[in-house]
Design a protein around this ligand. Structure first.
Ligand code: HEC
Ligand code: HEC
Ligand code: HEC
Ligand code: HEC
Ligand code: HEC
Ligand code: HEC
Ligand code: HEC
Ligand code: HEC
Ligand code: HEC
Length: 257
């Protein structure tokens, strides 16, 4: 037998059976769960952890025909049904150990007229169960989500259901906890100009400047000359020597010069 033939034979004997079990079936089975978004079950990871024994699950725990499987609740899983047959803290991690290993969450970004607003899922899932927010308050699908105004939140809807100054910090006061700001540097040849956001957000609401005087996106911002500011545009809307120190004096209050 030639070396090539031997090599090919060995390949068939050793490698292909492994590939075959893996390629017969699709790795991921998507299980739709209305309350949390889909759970993606990985065949490959399980076959690796358990050995290639289909009978561990089929058809004792799960029927191969998906429509023949009843829908189980987490309580039934805690009692050993469905995934809970193994995910009991003994054969594999328990269903109560870490919800997000089966129900992954990611941080959500809302685009608003005062910039990108973050909802940190993980900060909340440490304190609440998925069911406290889904599907009563929020649909777990950003494509189908309802948009809310701050006025609605002030009335207890959306984030305002908890962020009322009692259960959690208030939507009426702590704007920057959800709408973070950073100090802005304007490039100027004679010396860069600094805009300290925080000094201003202590005195004004976001809406006093956005989007009327300034676009909350430095990529799209309009550039102004000092001449325009002297005429009351941009910083000059307030820095007129009346509301705040004037753009015509103390150049170094704003410029690094
Ligand atoms: C650890 C448990 C487990 C093992 C082991 C397992 N499966 Fe599955 N299988 C599942 C689950 C869970 C589903 C989805 C059931 C549902 O959606 O209700 C499924 C669904 C299926 C489906 C139907 C979905 C599809 O993608 O067409 C087939 C076919 C299947 N398994 C084949 C196999 C074969 C073949 C093996 C062995 C190589 C195997 N399974 C091993 C848990 C397992
Ligand atoms: C081992 C994987 C796994 C873990 C861990 C897990 N789940 Fe589930 N969960 C599932 C699967 C699979 C379904 C869908 C079952 C079905 O449809 O038969 C489900 C269904 C649900 C449902 C809808 C059914 C119900 O009970 O109301 C909720 C809500 C839920 N999970 C929340 C949670 C929470 C909260 C945790 C953590 C305490 C958690 N899950 C941990 C796999 C898991
Ligand atoms: C026959 C036993 C068995 C059943 C049934 C089972 N698992 Fe597992 N699962 C395991 C073992 C063993 C591991 C690896 C050990 C560990 O992580 O604790 C594992 C690991 C996992 C992991 C981590 C690896 C990965 O794929 O990311 C997830 C997630 C998971 N299982 C989800 C599920 C879900 C969802 C179900 C139900 C649809 C389920 N399992 C049913 C035995 C099982
Ligand atoms: C404090 C409330 C809260 C809790 C608790 C919570 N979520 Fe969410 N979830 C949200 C919000 C807000 C959104 C965004 C909804 C929107 O755009 O309208 C979201 C969206 C989602 C989405 C859709 C994400 C996307 O990319 O489309 C999934 C999936 C999800 N959540 C799963 C979960 C799971 C699983 C848990 C439990 C482990 C959980 N959530 C706990 C508030 C919560
Ligand atoms: C708990 C977090 C949170 C706090 C605190 C908060 N917001 Fe919001 N805000 C959001 C989220 C999330 C959205 C986007 C909601 C959506 O699209 O459904 C939003 C949207 C907005 C919008 C666009 C919608 C509208 O009402 O015009 C403005 C403007 C806004 N916020 C300003 C503010 C101001 C000013 C404050 C402080 C008085 C504030 N926000 C406090 C989370 C928060
Ligand atoms: C079910 C109640 C609940 C809902 C609904 C809720 N939160 Fe929270 N959130 C909390 C609690 C409780 C805290 C922590 C207590 C505190 O800081 O006052 C918190 C903390 C936060 C934090 C600070 C997290 C950190 O890392 O310190 C942000 C940001 C936040 N929430 C944004 C939002 C946004 C945006 C929404 C709406 C999309 C929202 N939350 C909806 C209860 C909730
Ligand atoms: C006194 C006026 C003023 C107030 C009040 C103000 N901003 Fe701004 N903001 C600015 C200026 C100036 C810029 C830079 C705009 C430009 O480049 O044209 C800016 C830019 C931004 C940007 C874009 C930053 C970047 O990195 O692209 C965001 C987001 C933003 N502001 C959010 C807020 C939020 C949220 C509030 C309320 C908590 C707020 N701003 C209050 C003046 C203000
Ligand atoms: C309230 C803050 C502030 C004060 C005070 C101020 N500037 Fe400016 N200046 C800025 C900002 C912000 C820009 C950049 C504006 C932009 O790019 O949209 C700028 C731009 C400039 C420019 C480039 C644009 C142009 O007009 O040629 C020059 C030069 C300049 N400043 C000089 C001065 C001098 C000289 C003084 C004092 C007489 C002064 N500035 C006072 C904030 C200030
Ligand atoms: C909505 C009105 C308003 C606008 C617009 C505004 N400011 Fe101010 N700013 C104030 C007020 C009020 C003060 C505090 C009073 C004072 O110092 O005269 C202040 C203070 C400052 C300070 C001093 C901060 C400190 O540490 O004491 C700087 C620097 C500054 N502004 C820069 C800017 C620049 C740069 C712009 C334009 C990009 C701008 N401001 C636009 C109202 C405004």
């Amino acid at each position: 037998m030639s070396r090539t033939m031997l090599f090919l034979l060995l390949t068939f004997m050793l490698i292909l059976p492994g590939l075959a079990t893996a390629r017969w079936i699709d790795d991921i089975v998507k299980m739709d769960v209305e309350a949390t978004g889909p759970v993606n079950f990985s065949h490959y990871n399980h076959l690796e952890a358990l050995g290639k024994k289909c009978t561990l699950c089929h058809n004792s725990v799960f029927n191969i025909v998906q429509s023949k499987n009843p829908e189980f609740s987490m309580d039934e899983m805690r009692k050993g049904k469905s995934c809970g047959a193994c995910h009991n803290g003994n054969k594999a991690f328990a269903v109560d150990d870490d919800c997000s290993s089966c129900h992954p969450t990611r941080d959500i970004t809302f685009n608003t007229e005062v910039g990108k607003t973050m909802f940190p899922h993980s900060a909340h899932t440490e304190m609440y169960s998925c069911g406290d927010c889904h599907t009563g308050l929020f649909t777990p699908d950003v494509q189908k989500s309802t948009r809310y105004s701050m006025a609605q939140m002030n009335n207890g809807e959306s984030c305002g259901a908890c962020h009322d100054g009692d259960t959690a910090f208030s939507v009426k006061a702590d704007c920057t906890s959800c709408h973070p700001t950073r100090d802005i540097t304007f490039k100027v040849d004679d010396g860069d100009a600094m805009f300290p956001h925080s000094v201003h957000t202590e005195m004004y609401s976001c809406g006093d400047c956005h989007s009327g005087v300034f676009t909350p996106d430095v990529q799209k911002s309009t550039r102004y000359s000092m001449e325009q500011m002297n005429e009351g545009e941009s910083c000059g809307a307030c820095h007129d020597g009346d509301t705040a120190f004037s753009v015509e004096e103390a150049c170094d209050s704003c410029h690094d010069m």
